[in-house]
Design a protein around this ligand. Structure first.
Ligand code: CA
Length: 267
């Protein structure tokens, strides 16, 4: 068969495949992406959410520890990074989204720690904005593990006060992907959180995921309450918020090997 004949035969297939790719591509949307590849923090200044204490000494765009591309963000908190009498913050403004009862949000980012944290560091949360009030509904944090090592935890309610729903060991010196699907609901029997740690599903639980607010925003970085004098550093890269799971995480099946790597304790 000549190559021309082959092309004639395969052209409808190519066209059909292309069309399907186009439809797939058009239906999945990346709502927000920030990977530091601009070499500065400009990606985070377009979200409408203010950064907090993001200065040259607290948030640096670096090239030595990078998950993807040339650049990542290095966030370091100090005792003078005061937000108010109760809180220290070094944060960039993440995306702001409109949510409804029953809607879903998908997001992922990468995180790295070269040293264990000396105190609890809240590094990501979703918070509702007025009306009727500011309403922190869920938080991810790291904290020192008794006896050595690091724990990563996720909890709902203001800074996780409604309970810790997931925790696992957080190995230092390597990048970890954290991904999240939130099914937003004020009803604890209808809302749901799914979490992936290094592409493995580690939590799938019915939870109250929102309050009466319809606008939720996030801030990435380090948040502390109460004030603590220790200095901690966390690296971040490749933040994606999208309208389908496929855009944010390629899930790995649970295997005996990956299960020990996840080592999660779901309460
Ligand atoms: Ca990058």
């Amino acid at each position: 068969m000549t190559s021309k004949a082959l092309l004639r035969l395969s052209l409808p297939l190519i066209l059909t495949t292309s069309l399907f790719c186009l439809i797939d591509f058009a239906s999945a949307k990346i709502i927000f992406k920030a990977d530091f590849e601009t070499g500065d923090l400009s990606e985070w200044s377009k979200t409408g959410i203010r950064s907090q204490n993001a200065t040259a000494t607290t948030v640096q765009v670096v090239t030595d520890i990078v998950q993807e591309g040339k650049y990542a963000g290095k966030f370091t908190i100090h005792e003078d990074d005061v937000f108010n009498p109760q809180q220290l913050r070094v944060q960039v403004g993440g995306p702001k989204i409109t949510v409804e009862e029953g809607s879903d949000t998908y997001m992922s980012f990468y995180m790295y720690m070269a040293e264990p944290p000396k105190d609890r560091d809240n590094f990501f949360y979703w918070e509702g904005q007025p009306p009727p009030r500011y309403d922190n509904v869920m938080t991810w944090w790291v904290e020192p593990k008794e006896g050595g090592g690091v724990l990563i935890k996720y909890g709902t309610g203001n800074l996780g006060r409604n309970g810790t729903d997931w925790e696992a060991d957080f190995p230092i010196g390597k990048w970890h992907q954290l991904a999240m699907q939130i099914h937003w609901s004020e009803d604890k029997d209808k809302g749901n959180t799914r979490l992936w740690f290094d592409r493995i599903l580690v939590l799938d639980k019915k939870l109250k995921t929102k309050g009466p607010e319809s606008i939720y925003f996030c801030q990435l970085g380090i948040h502390r309450s109460p004030h603590r004098p220790s200095v901690d550093t966390i690296y971040f890269d490749n933040f994606i918020l999208a309208d389908t799971l496929e855009e944010v995480v390629k899930e790995l099946p649970k295997s005996p090997k990956s299960a020990t790597a996840g080592n999660s304790t779901v309460k």
